[in-house]
Ligand binder design. Structure first.
Ligand SMILES: [Zn+2]
Length: 112
């Protein structure tokens, strides 16, 4: 790997790292909201359940993104970043530019 590629990866790793911290913070807020929605004592049980579902949906999205970002950071650290984790082919740079944490190449992603 060239020094230039290394430098690019170092920048990317920093970006993923800050995205990870942001997601951790958001997850914390969602969890706090989930807890407080129970203590608020909504008169309407259905409203409370609806709110919980929205929050749990958000939690699942953040959780999923966090897992992908953590996996991408691990791939940067072990030198396998940019390779498809299914077929081992290089992931297209345009795809990585659009979605830096993408674990799969376009053909594996569309066939799964
Ligand atoms: Zn692939």
């Amino acid at each position: 790997m060239t020094a230039q590629e290394n430098a690019k990866l170092a920048i990317l790793r920093e970006q993923l790292d800050s995205r990870r911290s942001e997601l951790h913070a958001r997850l914390g807020r969602v969890e706090a909201e989930l807890q407080s929605s129970h203590s608020k004592g909504f008169a309407d049980q259905a409203t409370e359940r609806e709110q919980d579902e929205v929050l749990e949906g958000k939690e699942a999205v953040f959780d999923h993104e966090l897992a992908q970002i953590e996996a991408a950071i691990t791939r940067i650290d072990n030198g396998s970043y940019g390779q498809c984790s299914k077929c081992g082919q290089a992931i297209a740079p345009a795809r990585l530019a659009a979605q830096p944490e993408a674990p799969l190449c376009i053909s594996c992603a569309s066939s799964s």
